[in-house]
Design a protein around this ligand. Structure first.
Ligand SMILES: C[S@@+](CC[C@H](N)C(=O)[O-])C[C@H]1O[C@@H](n2cnc3c(N)ncnc32)[C@H](O)[C@@H]1O
Ligand code: SF4
Ligand code: SF4
Length: 367
């Protein structure tokens, strides 16, 4: 069964100013999706559902909690009522700073799967994840995180790997274990604010590979802690089954991912919501029905990228089945077109090979 991910960004506004944010400060405008519009697009999306799919309705941003408790109360109840015959999950990616007991009650009631962002201990996190006045966000987020855990809310965390992590992977890993935080570490990509701060943030491919393989080994050989790393698990199971579930490494993300911006524009994914990339909009749901926009998606260069990649040198790659040229957006920022593989190619090969060697060494994979 495939999962269809609908990313809904009810706002691009944010109460943080992370130095690497792929949304530029100018993109973070304080406009909010209209509640009735959100209901209508959910019904249009539901019309396209088929029973071989599971839907993930992912609330994203900007900072999605800024949309406010009342809107979420209404929309979650609406989804619960209207999507009874649809296999679905609700999820949210948030910086967590604005969470309250009312939100926690709501998330527990509707089984919302919550992803948070934190880049490690205070001295690492606070160099880049900051409030608009430059103050670090760590204390706010960690106290909210602890409260959420006490209340029984399960969360996974995204870490963005930048220069600040060089030489500090054991410290990062121990922090995650000590606080019982399931996590995955993603590479930085250069867009939005990250463009402005590239020289102070950016890693070389080799630095990223060294950090990722070190982190993998700490996690893989750790007999004591039971921290989940969904990305390592996805790659390892991809190597074992030759199938990939991560959108960034799948065959054609445009069959499984779509993003609706606060203004109603439909975009290839959330990363295209930066003001410089909004011209890739497939159409606007204020003017058109979702089924009409869908037809256009199939004709787009972004959708057809999977065919370009199949006919490129990637098809000869040992890891083609679990990489498919990598993320569409990473390919675009690599080259300015939709025909190119990801800038992470050589990193991916080294990381896959490292994980493969560990699986072989422990007998999980045949030599
Ligand atoms: C844009 S934020 C939106 C949701 C929410 N504000 C948050 O921070 O979780 C979504 C995720 O993208 C990550 N992110 C932002 N800019 C990035 C970049 N340039 N490269 C890689 N990941 C980035 C964030 O750290 C966060 O985990
Ligand atoms: S990464 Fe998330 S929290 Fe940080 S500025 Fe961007 S949208 Fe806001
Ligand atoms: S590892 Fe590189 S060559 Fe292989 S499929 Fe991925 S992007 Fe293409």
């Amino acid at each position: 069964m495939t999962t269809m991910i609908f990313i809904i960004k009810p706002t691009l506004a944010c109460n943080f100013r992370c130095k690497y944010c792929y949304l530029s400060a100018e993109s973070k405008v304080t406009t909010y999706m209209d509640l009735e519009f959100a209901k209508r697009i959910l019904l249009e999306i539901k019309e396209q559902y088929n029973s071989h799919q599971k839907l993930e309705i992912l609330w994203h941003g900007g900072e999605p909690l800024l949309w406010g408790i009342e809107n979420y109360r209404i929309i979650f109840e609406f989804i619960d009522k209207e999507f009874t015959d649809v296999r679905h999950v609700i999820s949210m990616q948030t910086n967590l700073s604005l969470i309250t007991d009312e939100f926690i009650d709501l998330f527990l009631k509707y089984n919302v799967s919550v992803g948070i962002s934190l880049d490690g201990p205070q001295n690492i996190n606070d160099s880049e994840r900051v409030f608009p006045n430059g103050r670090g966000t760590f204390n706010t987020v960690l106290s909210k995180l602890r409260h959420c855990k006490e209340r029984g809310l399960h969360m996974g965390c995204i870490i963005v790997a930048t220069k600040k992590h060089i030489g500090r992977i054991p410290e990062l890993y121990n922090f995650m274990c000590d606080n019982g935080i399931n996590f995955k570490m993603n590479p930085l990509f250069i867009s939005g604010e990250a463009k402005r701060n590239e020289s102070e943030l950016g890693l070389t491919i080799d630095e990223y590979v060294t950090m990722t393989t070190e982190l993998f080994d700490l996690w893989f050989y750790d007999k004591k802690n039971k921290i989940n790393n969904s990305k390592f698990i996805d790659i390892a199971s991809g190597l074992l089954t030759r199938k990939m579930s991560l959108c960034s490494l799948g065959e054609n993300c445009q069959e499984h991912v779509i993003c609706v911006a606060p203004n109603g524009d439909v975009l290839p994914c959330g990363r295209f919501c930066d003001s410089e990339l909004m011209h890739f909009s497939y159409g606007n749901l204020h003017n058109e029905h979702y089924c009409d926009v869908l037809k256009r998606i199939k004709e787009s260069k972004a959708y057809k990228r999977a065919d370009f990649i199949k006919n490129s040198n990637c098809s000869k790659c040992k890891y083609f089945n679990i990489c498919h040229g990598g993320c569409l957006h990473d390919g675009y920022i690599n080259s300015g077109d939709f025909e190119s593989k990801t800038f992470m190619c050589s990193a991916n090969k080294k990381i896959f090979s490292h994980i493969e060697s560990r699986l072989k060494e422990t007998g999980l994979m045949q030599i």
